[in-house]
Design a protein around this ligand. Structure first.
Ligand SMILES: [Zn+2]
Length: 149
């Protein structure tokens, strides 16, 4: 198979290999599953192919990489070389995210985003996942039924 990656992509991929054992979205899924949440994953029928879809709560979850989705957390840095390649690519991602989220909302879905940096240590992860579960549970409150015009 031909390797079409730029050196930057390749080194980025290499840096990800150490965390290959459990991908961030898998960690989130495992946690939710352990709490009894049932979900579908990578639902291609929905805009943006959400990582986790909870039909019962009409909620989708995106687990986003800080680099690819330009998270404003200090983890994102523009690569110093090959900017003319990276800039449009990343900006397209951000633009696409925005559009997909608008579409999902217009379809009545609630959207939760978990950032990779929020899962970077065990402590942060436990904190974030606990909060996530609480955010999902909130979606079943009665007022979630009233704004469906
Ligand atoms: Zn981040």
């Amino acid at each position: 198979m031909a390797d079409n990656h730029t050196p930057e992509e390749r080194s980025y991929n290499m840096s990800r290999i150490r965390s290959k054992d459990t991908k961030p979205e898998e960690k989130v899924r495992k946690y939710l599953f352990s709490l009894g949440f049932r979900y579908r994953k990578n639902v291609r029928k929905l805009p943006g192919c959400p990582d986790i879809v909870l039909p019962k709560y009409k909620t989708v979850i995106f687990v986003q990489g800080c680099f690819w989705h330009m998270h404003d957390c200090g983890r994102f840095h523009w690569p110093t070389s090959n900017q003319e390649y990276w800039k449009p690519k990343i900006e397209r991602n951000v633009e696409r995210d925005k559009k997909n989220m608008e579409l999902l909302r217009s379809m009545g879905w609630d959207i939760l985003t978990v950032w990779e940096c929020e899962l970077s240590t065990k402590e942060k992860r436990e904190h974030r996942l606990k909060r996530l579960a609480a955010e999902i549970k909130k979606k079943t409150e009665p007022n979630s039924l009233t704004n469906n015009a």
